[in-house]
Design a protein around this ligand. Structure first.
Ligand code: 8YV
Length: 311
């Protein structure tokens, strides 16, 4: 009998077929499986989910045999880690696998906002350029100051990329230092010394809504906000107001509250580039992440600790 797992969020077909080969996979997204999942609840030994989706404590409590939540991502903000630990459930992530791609998307968003990439594409496709319209000038990255909030591996990778573009990096971090980037004690100090504020910190109670109206106020009318962390770090109504009234210049956002049903007010904001939570979404990285999920499951069902356990 194959071990049984609950698939909370779908994965790449190549990875799902390997899951199917090794396990009986109950797919939460498939309404046709509701009844069979109910019947299988006592036998499900592991759950696989995404970082942005996580798994609720209610679901953890419905699965008496659960021993592992394998996250296909690095975020654990949608899982109550203490509750999981109290239930004896290990939580494992894909730490390290997605660092470069997430940092790349941070730079892509910054370039897209600064160089008006999306507007330019639309101008050409609509025939506007051909009819004589032109795009307003963009802004250079060289010489601009990038403030990184959260200097984990992704924050560092973003800073290294930004330096290659000629930007001057500074940061604010609860736990990490850097040999030559200046540190600021809090996000207000960081934002007032930055042209671009990039959010790279984990979503925790301490980082909830750290970007609010006063922070956006000091970022200033030339300032750009990049968010490759989580929507919860931002007071979204304050951000929307700041983009509308010119308190800040622009934003590049990969993450939002209430994904994918984000606030419709984002849709007509100027100088703003929106992505549907794609920072780790490349073929290479999603394959690497899938391998880590498969390794964690294999270890768990062989009676060993999941190699990338975090709790
Ligand atoms: C993924 C993420 O998009 O790593 C995370 O925490 O949010 C993203 O990398 C997600 O895990 C896949 O659903």
């Amino acid at each position: 009998m194959k071990p049984e797992i609950l698939l909370v969020e779908s994965m790449m077909p190549q990875i799902e077929s390997r899951l199917d080969a090794a396990y009986t996979v109950h797919r939460l997204s498939d309404p046709a499986q509701r009844a069979s999942i109910d019947a299988a609840l006592p036998r499900i030994g592991a759950a696989v989910t995404g970082g942005g989706t996580g798994i609720s404590s209610d679901w953890i409590d419905r699965l008496p045999a659960l021993g592992l939540v394998a996250v296909n991502g690095v975020g654990t903000d949608r899982i109550d880690l203490a509750h999981a630990a109290a239930r004896g459930v290990a939580v494992a992530t894909t730490l390290g696998a997605l660092t470069d791609d997430v940092a790349d998307l941070g730079m892509a968003l910054l370039l897209a906002v600064s160089r008006r990439l999306v507007e330019g594409d639309l101008l050409v496709r609509s025939g506007g350029w051909q009819a004589g319209a032109s795009l307003p000038l963009g802004r250079s990255l060289r010489g601009r100051k990038l403030g990184i909030f959260g200097l984990g591996s992704i924050g560092r990778a973003l800073g290294e990329r930004a330096e290659a573009f000629g930007m001057a990096v500074r940061f604010c971090s609860r736990s990490s230092g850097h040999p030559h980037w200046p540190a600021h004690p809090d996000i207000m100090a960081l934002a007032s010394d930055s042209d671009v504020l990039a959010l790279c910190a984990a979503a925790t109670p301490e980082t909830r809504r750290v970007v609010d109206a006063p922070v956006l106020g000091v970022l200033g009318p030339d300032g750009v906000l990049i968010n490759i962390a989580r929507g919860s770090l931002v007071d979204e109504p304050a951000l929307i107001a700041a983009l509308r009234d010119g308190t800040i210049k622009g934003a590049g956002l990969d993450v939002f509250d209430n994904e994918p049903r984000i606030s419709p007010e984002f849709l007509d904001l100027p100088d703003t580039v929106l992505m549907p939570h794609q920072a780790s979404a490349t073929l290479e990285t999603r394959l690497r992440m899938g391998e880590i999920v498969l390794d964690n499951l294999a270890a768990h069902f062989a009676g060993r600790a999941a190699p990338t356990r975090v709790n």
